[in-house]
Design a protein around this ligand. Structure first.
Ligand code: ZN
Length: 204
């Protein structure tokens, strides 16, 4: 079973993947993580990827597909979850060549709610712990006493810009999977537990 996860930043995709891994055995294809891993190996391909991302340019689709294929060739489990891929119609066309998308889970969250969540998110500058402004209003990390900060690319302007890009790229994908009858929309404004339950129901 091949599952595509769709959702705006802040919709809780990362949390869902984490929670699912406690209940389900699956291969995760997270393109962002794969590209970072390839860079870390120091390979020629990794250097090429780094030169692109350093300039803020999109990584060539051929390279993205190559890393996805590489990942899929390594002990692929019966359930594969794609996170952060496909991002565009072009990428979705490529994915169709590799495998059948059986299910597309769309974590539906209003833009305003997503922005609220992102703005609430704090990261420890010392240990990397991720928490929220609501839990730690004093901006001190409960684990190491380090200083909690907002991610530098999480300004309202940057978030708005990413959302515009997202809508442009991803809405056609939502339409595409809906027309094929494989799209399931999940209300992502619910708690992580409720979202997990709803998703598990669909997968089983
Ligand atoms: Zn800390």
């Amino acid at each position: 079973m091949n599952i595509v996860l769709l959702g705006i930043q802040g919709s809780g995709k990362g949390t869902l993947v984490q929670d699912l891994s406690n209940h389900l055995d699956f291969s995760l294809v997270s393109v962002g993580a794969l590209l970072r891993e390839e860079i870390a190996t120091g390979s020629e391909l990794g250097k090429l990827i780094k030169s692109k991302t350093d300039k803020g340019e999109l990584v060539d689709i051929k390279i993205v597909i190559e890393t996805v294929n590489k990942k899929l060739s390594q002990n692929r489990k019966p359930i594969v979850i794609f996170d952060g891929f496909p991002r565009s119609k072009e990428q979705a066309d490529e994915l169709d060549k590799i495998c059948n998308v059986d299910l597309a889970i769309y974590l539906d969250l209003k833009k305003e709610d997503a922005i609220k969540r992102i703005m609430n998110r704090l990261t420890c500058s010392k240990c990397g712990n991720i928490t929220t402004r609501v839990k730690c209003p004093d901006l001190i990390c409960p684990i190491c006493n380090g200083k909690l900060t907002v991610r530098s690319d999480d300004t309202p302007e940057a978030v708005n810009k990413r959302f515009e890009q997202y809508e442009l790229e991803t809405y056609p994908l939502i339409k595409r999977y809906k027309e094929r009858g494989v799209l399931v929309e999940i209300d992502a404004s619910k708690t992580p537990d409720e979202v997990l339950k709803a998703v598990m129901k669909v997968i089983k």
